[in-house]
Design a protein around this ligand. Structure first.
Ligand code: URP
Ligand code: ZN
Ligand code: ZN
Length: 463
């Protein structure tokens, strides 16, 4: 099957020009000003952007968490992703305590096989039990399993949280293998004390989720992770940076030339701390971690995206239904499963507010949404760009198409949308995943043929 995408404005991280794109099978075979070749299908992209499909390196599909399981599996979650122009996700495989790393990965592969994805999927491994997983030797085997990034949670005490010893030992292995270490940076011990105090004082509403996770607890852990990574000699990627003090820690490390990257997520740019105080348990929809922050933090994040202190905007898609899953914590905010479902509207929101709002150029959006995550997680140039030999993951994006975001129209299984009622101008009109048109207008037209992405890592080991 061949497809010719004609007359669009092809935007990559380092190029922005009118060009045609010829696709043969799964890959791009030519990008040129005028391609005069016969093709099975010709798509007229006049007046449209043609973008590389998004790479979302932070998702949680069918993840057990907080006594329940996220309601999107790999099929439903990747359908929602594709409607938002995302054609690659990297999901967190969570090791249960006492489970070997190999078994943890097998569990995640089973989820992927049972619920086949519409787009390609890679895994990070979230280490929760270093010795139980098999220790340093087993961790060194990860690249052989196609996994080149390791996540550590510094929060969620008595659940996913690891101590500094585990954090540091994992970092040491990563320094040997070249794996990228990802941290959820919050001081889980301190937050645990603050939660205990709040509950003891009878404070049970969702607004206390934010009040028990002050910005300093994120900044302290971010700084600690940066220094420990420096001692271990590994690369570090700080997930979901949400506030100015944590951003400043990333900025200082980068200014010193340290290999530290920061990611923020769409919701931190658009939802502020007042959302948690919404009455009638509405605030529970915004219980995610770190919590929504102050407007001044949002402004700092926008600046960090523009000046490259931050490298990636991910979704941290972690979908729990409000009606019956968030409701677990109706009488105790600390039992509300943490997470926000945002996989579908990353591109819409970044384009409308980032590009149309004059924060950054279209090519910077492509970098944040697709190219940089592909580079950092060992997928570039197969993913994250439009070039000869790249996978034909393409988004035909109409910059004038207007949409009002609503749970009634989104494709996740979740029953609310954190951007409900936001009107955005600019939306995908056609999405192609490895040469197959999967979304056209408002229709799902493709079938699940996403593959597991074995990732080699983007840097050589420096043993
Ligand atoms: O609230 C969140 N972010 N839930 C997902 C798990 C995590 O911390 O990334
Ligand atoms: Zn996290
Ligand atoms: Zn997450």
């Amino acid at each position: 099957m061949s497809t010719l995408v004609k007359g669009g404005r092809v935007v990559t991280a380092d190029d922005d020009r009118l060009a045609d794109v010829l696709v043969e099978g799964d890959v791009v075979v030519e990008v040129a000003h005028e391609i005069d070749a016969a093709a099975d299908r010709v798509i007229d992209a006049t007046g449209m952007y043609v973008l590389p499909g998004g790479v979302d390196p932070h998702t949680h599909m069918e993840m057990p968490f907080g006594g329940t399981t996220t309601c999107d599996d790999f099929t439903s979650g990747t359908v929602a992703a594709a409607f938002g122009g995302t054609t690659t996700i990297i999901d967190f495989c969570i090791q249960q305590r006492g489970q070997s790393f190999a078994d943890a990965l097998a569990t995640w592969h089973e989820k992927l096989t049972r619920c086949p994805p519409l787009v390609d999927v890679g895994f990070h491994l979230a280490v929760t039990d270093f010795e139980g997983g098999g220790g340093a030797d087993a961790l060194r085997e990860l690249p052989a399993h196609g996994v080149s990034s390791i996540k550590l949670f510094m929060a969620y005490k008595d659940a996913l949280m690891v101590d500094d010893r585990t954090l540091f030992r994992t970092m040491q292995v990563a320094a040997q293998t070249g794996a990228l270490v990802m941290v959820h940076a919050e001081n889980g011990d301190v937050i645990d004390v603050l939660i205990g105090e709040a509950l003891a004082a009878g404070n049970t509403d969702p607004v206390w989720h934010g009040r028990t996770r002050p910005v300093e607890t994120e900044a302290e852990a971010t700084q600690r992770a940066i220094h420990l990574a420096r001692v271990a000699g590994c690369r570090l990627y700080v997930v979901h940076v949400s506030c100015a003090p944590a951003l400043e820690a990333v900025a200082r490390a980068r200014a010193a030339g340290w290999d530290v990257r920061g990611e923020t997520c769409t919701h931190y740019l658009f939802v502020d701390d007042t959302a948690l105080a919404k009455p009638d348990f509405e605030g529970a929809k915004y219980v995610y971690t770190p919590p929504p922050r102050r407007p001044e933090d949002q402004e700092a994040l926008w600046e960090g995206l523009a000046d490259a202190t931050l490298s990636v905007v991910s979704s941290d898609h972690c979908a729990f239904r409000w009606a019956d899953q968030k409701a677990i914590g109706r009488d105790d905010f600390s039992k509300i499963p943490n997470g926000a479902p945002t996989i579908e509207h990353r591109l819409h929101m970044l384009h409308h507010h980032g590009v149309r709002g004059g924060r950054f150029a279209m090519s910077r959006l492509v970098e944040l949404f697709s190219t940089e995550p592909a580079r950092l997680f060992g997928l570039h140039p197969r993913k994250g760009t439009i070039a000869v030999g790249s996978d034909a993951d393409l988004v035909v994006f109409d910059p004038e198409r207007e949409q009002t975001i609503a749970a009634a129209r989104h494709h996740s299984r979740v029953d609310y949308n954190v951007f409900e009622g936001s009107t955005v101008r600019g939306a995908p009109v056609l999405v192609m995943a490895r040469g197959q048109v999967v979304v056209e207008g408002d229709q799902l037209v493709g079938s699940p043929r996403g593959e597991f992405l074995s990732r080699a890592g983007s840097h050589a080991a420096h043993v």
